[in-house]
Design a protein around this ligand. Sequence first.
Ligand code: ADP
Ligand code: MG
Length: 420
Amino acid sequence: MNPHEIDLHKELKKYFGFDQFKGLQEQVVKSIITGNNTFVIMPTGGGKSLCYQLPALVLGGTAIVVSPLIALMKNQVDAIRSLSSEYGIAHVLNSSLNKTEVNQVKKDITSGITKLLYVAPESLTKEEYLQFLNEVPISFVAIDEAHCISEWGHDFRPEYRNLRNIVRQLGDVPMIGLTATATPKVQEDILKNLDMPNANTFKASFNRPNLYYEVRTKTKNIQSDIIRFIKQHKGKSGVIYCLSRKKVEEIAHVLQVNGVSAVPYHAGLDAKTRARHQDMFLMEDVEVVVATIAFGMGIDKPDVRFVIHHDIPKSLESYYQETGRAGRDGGEGHCLAYYSYKDIEKLEKFLSGKPIAEQEIGFALLQEVVAYAETSMSRRKFLLHYFGEEFDDVTGDGADMDDNIRNPKTKVEAQDQVVA
Ligand code: ADP
Ligand code: MG
């Protein structure tokens, strides 16, 4: 379709109530509406959903959206339904539906009501669904969280590798890949795997100028150091990430004993407790959540003021994602990581039980984490370089929001740290 025939701002307002597109959204929307294969790399919160939702709403046929998590799909479908009087405008197709529900979905698609169909990759492989989807008009297939395709990404899902073949069975429909995690390696993997080397690619900047990056050497005084830090940020919301559930419980307890209102969050807690702790944090009944990486997916609290890593994560993508939960509102966001080489050795030990290919990737990612932690240059420059982005550490936006820039190490200190 020719995008000039559509008043995109009017559609944006009509469906979403927004007056303006954010960042690269308008260009992406135009690319998709024109029927191009399109690749979108935008940080979390950048507004990727709208990039395919708006085209889906204005184009004929149904758009298929592949997404890895049922909870995320459900949220999105509920959000879309709230934009329209037509309940069937968006549906989820997955194994949780009974026969009657599946038939309703099929009916709504056939009658053209359904503009967005969310599916998990494993549902898309089901012969029954495929046959049906083959017979109805599909506007395009959007693959959200496309980094799941890559072993170099932080959330590899083997089923994602099959998507290209499946989409081929649906005929010649345009494909849209979207991700917030795009080191050049992951990008390459996505384009190769989706077999769309000539896709229109849109990459937003990953710079978060309001985030302050700091790394402290991890010593045995870490707990009192964290408590001091939190007391300096009294009344503010923060997240503390730990590697293990045991550590989460320990730190949460230590904080509580020391008068900090904190709750633990990890996959070992039952769903009810997890939901309660998450709500307490969102409602500001507690200041701090101590969590494993189980916490955060889809959490949208705009005023998280600090993210502390008690343990350094296994990759810089993870670090960027997790710290990215700070300062969503553009206000202060202090990102503090504690680092000791012992923790790296621990992570290496985790890896050593895995298949060789996975080990190699894991070690390479860890080396980048070490280099980040030990660098004496601008941490922002380092991170952005890792994402394939140039950053001017003198004039760039947020250039001084970094411990290495505010308190440059002397050469000797920097060397000491590397040797230690
Ligand atoms: P991503 O998938 O890139 O992490 P989302 O699609 O979840 O981001 O969008 C993040 C937030 O940005 C949502 O709350 C969404 O409503 C908002 N948003 C998206 N586009 C716009 C826009 N054009 N104007 C204002 N807010 C927007
Ligand atoms: Mg998203």
